[in-house]
Design a binder for this molecule. Structure first.
Ligand SMILES: [Zn+2]
Length: 246
């Protein structure tokens, strides 16, 4: 007997990484939105226009523990599902890279908000590991310029005031249309266009499962709503998607 292997799309939000010690920074009720001064440090217009904002922003990145965080049970369960042979695509609102660290192939992870693990030049788009830029800050450069062109460097994350990458967004929409199961995990589904992907998936016939502590605007559309903690609920749910006999 052949078992069909449905395409599983997993939209992951801040709640997936809280067990790894990473707080919700950018959500509607996230740390940055509640602190206007901190929000300036991650707002493109302020960042580009003010060297003092950049200096403080680099200090914030230097003290940020995101790069030291380890994947948790939820990240590992997603990677395990992929290794079982089920086609899995992750669409993440997180910038921590923990899905990949847990073993998800990078080409199967779409980072809607970019990655805190890299820096990018705002002039020539040169990229490199964030550690390299932070090492220059540690060594005394307040606002390290691009070594290629002298331009302003920033984290390779999407700042407030920046557009999401249309290519990444297009791929996320295509996956949402094509998948048979769409899990929205640890996201309040309040920020567009990421939240709308859940609606796109449901409109195209996917089974929509929402795993989140708080109600979301898409709960009525969902086939299943799970309120249990992600660290236990998600591994159990994903094991159920692995065909028996595999
Ligand atoms: Zn450059």
């Amino acid at each position: 007997m052949t078992t069909s292997k449905p395409l599983v799309a997993i939209l992951s939000g801040a709640g997936v990484s809280t067990d790894s010690g990473i707080p919700d920074y950018r959500g509607p009720n996230g740390l940055w939105r509640r602190d206007p001064e901190a929000e300036k440090l991650v707002t493109y217009e302020y960042y580009m226009g003010d060297p003092e904002i950049r200096r403080r922003s680099w200090q914030m990145r230097r003290k940020n523990r995101t790069l030291e965080a380890e994947p948790n049970a939820a990240h590992r369960a997603v990677a395990e599902l992929e290794r079982s042979g089920v086609p899995v695509r992750v669409i993440t609102q997180n910038v921590d890279g923990l899905h990949q660290l847990a073993g998800m192939p990078a080409r199967k992870v779409l980072e809607l908000h970019g990655s805190a693990r890299s820096y990018v030049c705002t002039g020539c788009r040169a990229r490199g590991p964030m550690e390299d830029a932070l090492a220059r800050v540690e060594a005394g450069e307040d606002d390290p310029p691009c070594l290629e062109c002298g331009g302003i460097l920033k984290s390779a994350t999407v700042m407030f005031g920046e557009r999401l990458d249309p290519v990444v967004l297009g791929e996320a929409a295509a996956i949402s249309k094509a998948c048979q199961v769409f899990l929205a995990v640890g996201t309040s589904l309040q920020v567009q266009p990421a939240a709308g992907l859940a609606g796109v998936a449901a409109d195209h016939g996917a089974r929509l499962v929402i795993v989140n502590a708080e109600p979301t605007p898409y709960d009525d559309l969902a086939d299943d709503v799970v309120r249990e903690p992600i660290g236990t609920a998600l591994p159990a749910l994903l094991r159920g998607l692995i065909p028996e006999g595999d």
